[in-house]
Each structure stands twice: as structure tokens, then as C-alpha cells.
Write a protein that binds this ligand. Structure first.
Ligand code: KIV
Length: 276
């Protein structure tokens, strides 16, 4: 992956849904991470991330709720427009939050239009299979690219009752496979597969032509996604098997803040060179 720091906008290969399709054809893996604000999104984009997901996980990691259900459409638009102001190259996908598309397809379309119009994002993501096909159709017919999301779908946590691995039995695996085909036929450009057996992740990926992005779905998928705060080690308690932590930013930030407090209290900061 290329580092983009220093390149002019005209020198980037802007990632589009078509580029992701090409990447699948060339067996080039897709790297996706979440971001919710201008500063982080700018770092991810400069590092060369392919896709930025403005996930409704913002409800957990930004707002401190215990599920993704409370976040509102206005709040998602706020996060998405902050991200859009930073991004030059990555494809930016925004989650339709809980309660803004399950009612009916007209409501789903107006939620998707608000996200696209008010944030300038490139695509939206929706959780679910056959039950959302009518909404997916309607949104796609308005020219808005849709990413699907199957397996563990956190907006349905109260139906599942737990965050355990999904589709471990044949019946649920078969339903997931059928839903993946339905979403592909409807015209989704990609699918997130969350917390399912690696074998099933590989099977879905082989059977459909659109790229699959896994989170806890093994390595035989077309790309991977993680929540930024989890992979940077800002969150501490969330430790599923699929999570690789690349940093312990919680400790690093805490250490820096401790040093700052110490320096202020001891009048070490500011020194003579740090004042006018
Ligand atoms: O909201 C989110 O961050 C997501 C990812 C976990 C795929 O949907």
C-alpha cells in the first residue's frame, strides 16, 4: 500500500466502488478502518487506507453508549462530514443508524439521501439480508452505492441477546449465504461479514462476485475492517479473538497526560522558551 503524504490531489488514485471490484478481481486485499473525526480520518487517508467506514460504532467509542442503537442520523452526518473534510483518496462509507431504515423503504431512502447530501460521503452501509432488500433496491435506484452487512449485526443485539459468533449451524449459514446472493443481485457493491466461521467467510467470498470485507470472518475474504479505537488500543475492555491491537494508546495517552499534569504542578511548563 502506498503512503499518500505529500501527493497532490490529482496524483491520488481515488478509491471508488469500481476500484474495489478491480481489487477483488486482482486478488488485492482491501484495508478498511473506521474513523469518526477530521484528525484521525486525515491520518488514515495519508497512510493509504482504501476504505474509511464512519461506523455506528461511534455510538460506543465516541459517545460511550453500550450499544450502537442510540446514535442518531444527525450525529452520523456530523461524524461523516468531519471525516469528509479530511479525506482525499479513500472511499468513505457511512452506516445508516438504527431506526432510520427499518420502518419502510421510503424512510430508508430519505435517510440515505440526507447522509449523501449533508456529508458528501461516497456510499452507505446497512445491516441485514432479505428483510432490507426493498430498501436496498430503492436506495440503489437513487444512485446511492450500498454496502451490505451480514453475520453479527450489532443493531439487532437485542434479538440475538449476545455478541457470540454467528452462523455456526447449517441453517443459519445457509440463510446467510442466500442473503449474500440476494444483496449481490440487488446491486450492493460490497458486503461486510462480521464474526462468522472463517470457512463460511471463504465460501461466501468464492460464491459472490462483489468484494467481502471481514471482521472476525477469517482471511479468505477480500478485505478486513477493524474499529480504529480497538486496533489502536484506546479501548481496553473489548478483546474479541479477531482483534489485533497495533498499539496501546490508552497507556501512551495516559502517560503523556500524567507528565503534563506533573509539569504544570511543578511549574516546569511553560519554560522560558515556551512563553512570550
Ligand atoms: O460500526 C462499525 O464500526 C461497523 C464495523 C464493525 C464493521 O459496522
Amino acid at each position: 500500500m502506498t503512503e499518500n503524504k505529500g501527493l497532490k490531489k490529482s496524483e491520488y488514485r481515488k478509491i471508488t466502488t469500481h476500484v474495489l471490484q478491480e481489487m477483488k478481481l486482482k486478488s488485492e486485499k482491501i484495508a478498511m478502518l473506521t474513523a469518526y473525526d477530521f484528525s484521525m480520518a486525515g491520518i488514515l487517508d495519508a497512510a493509504g487506507i482504501d476504505v474509511i467506514l464512519v461506523g455506528d460504532s461511534a455510538s460506543n467509542v465516541m459517545a460511550g453508549y453500550s450499544s450502537t442503537l442510540p446514535i442518531t442520523l444527525d450525529q452520523m452526518i456530523y461524524h461523516a462530514s468531519s471525516v469528509m473534510r479530511a479525506v482525499k483518496r479513500a472511499l468513505v462509507v457511512v452506516d445508516l443508524p438504527f431506526g432510520t431504515y427499518q420502518g419502510n423503504s421510503k424512510e430508508a431512502l430519505s435517510s440515505a439521501i440526507r447522509i449523501m447530501k449533508e456529508s458528501g460521503a461516497n456510499a452507505i452501509k446497512m445491516e441485514g439480508g432479505r428483510e432490507i432488500i426493498e430498501s436496498v433496491d430503492r436506495i440503489l435506484s437513487a444512485g446511492i452505492p450500498v454496502m451490505g452487512h451480514l453475520g453479527l449485526t450489532p443493531q439487532s443485539i437485542h434479538k440475538f441477546g449476545t455478541y457470540v459468533v454467528r452462523a455456526t449451524d447449517d441453517a443459519e449459514a445457509q440463510t446467510l449465504l442466500e442473503d449474500a446472493h440476494l444483496l449481490e443481485e440487488a446491486g450492493c457493491f460490497s458486503l461486510v461479514l462480521e464474526k462468522i466461521p472463517a470457512k463460511l467467510g471463504g465460501r461466501v467470498t468464492n460464491e459472490i462476485k462483489i468484494p467481502t470485507i471481514g471482521i472476525g470472518a477469517g482471511h479468505d475474504v477480500d478485505g478486513q475492517v477493524l474499529v480504529l479505537h480497538d486496533m489502536l488500543g484506546i479501548t481496553q475492555k473489548f478483546s474479541p479473538r479477531f482483534l489485533r491491537r497495533y498499539h496501546n494508546l490508552y497507556e501512551e495517552i495516559r502517560g503523556s497526560v500524567n507528565s503534563y499534569i506533573h509539569d504544570v504542578k511543578t511549574v516546569d511548563f511553560p519554560n522560558d522558551r515556551e512563553q512570550y
